[in-house]
Design a protein around this ligand. Structure first.
Ligand SMILES: [Zn+2]
Length: 232
């Protein structure tokens, strides 16, 4: 048990953190580039969202402004597309891309897109798992109870499953967004390439988060197996 906090498997956590920081840095640089490029049509994020929703035939979703930066999301509970201040009123390519992406989630919701339904359904189990996984895992290590440590790993893997299901949800929302932006003529094909770059960078942060979680899961498994070898 000694040296647990300084064990060599900690390198996996560092690798995961570096991947996440790299993805976030790339997103920030892409975002700051395309938030300066105005679209020719000049529609604000709010106007883009309203037009995209109307073109998709989704009439019962509101578009509202929320505080903060990069806080944009779709809330299925209240059926609201929530856009951050800088997206709501901006007519940049980044704003059009982000606004249309959140509407992509609203369209998924309206069409009962399966991965979104699955993701919503497993949220309670995932929250339960995330809260208990490390306490259970560490208790398993402290008391040398491998079944308890294994239970901690299973609880943690719920979060990994959630992040895995998040990928198709995010990629599909961006795919819908770009189709709607071009289909409605809000962006030209060339402008759409800019919006695509922003949305791809955003999607990469989800891939990075998943990778980091898988590395963490791997680390937990290695710690338990390492402990077993030492005990034998
Ligand atoms: Zn999204």
């Amino acid at each position: 048990m000694r040296g647990f906090y300084f064990d060599p498997t900690y390198i996996l956590i560092i690798i995961g953190a570096v991947i996440c920081i790299a993805a976030q840095t790339y997103l920030k640089s892409v975002y700051s580039r395309y938030r300066k490029v105005r679209s020719a049509a000049g529609l604000t994020g709010e106007q883009v969202a309203l037009r995209v929703l109307r073109s998709a035939g989704v009439g019962d979703v509101q578009v509202v402004k929320v505080s903060g930066d990069l806080t944009d999301h779709y809330d299925p509970g209240t059926k609201r597309v929530c856009l951050s201040e800088s997206i709501f009123g901006s007519s940049s390519l980044a704003a059009a891309g982000v606004a249309a992406h959140e509407c992509g989630h609203a369209v998924q919701h309206a069409r009962n897109y399966a991965p979104l339904t699955i993701r919503s359904a497993i949220v309670p189990a995932v929250n339960f798992g995330s809260t208990l996984s490390w306490p259970v895992f560490i208790a398993g290590l402290i008391f040398s109870l491998r079944p308890l440590a294994a239970a901690g790993i299973v609880l943690f893997s719920l979060a990994v499953v959630f992040q895995l299901v998040t990928l198709p949800v995010e990629f599909n929302a961006s795919h819908r967004a770009l189709q709607m932006l071009e289909g409605t003529g809000i962006l030209s094909p060339e402008e759409n390439r800019g919006a695509r770059t922003v949305l791809t960078a955003a999607a990469l942060t989800y891939v990075a988060a998943l990778t980091s979680s898988i590395l963490q899961l791997l680390r937990m498994i290695m710690i338990v197996n390492g402990g077993r070898r030492r005990d034998d």
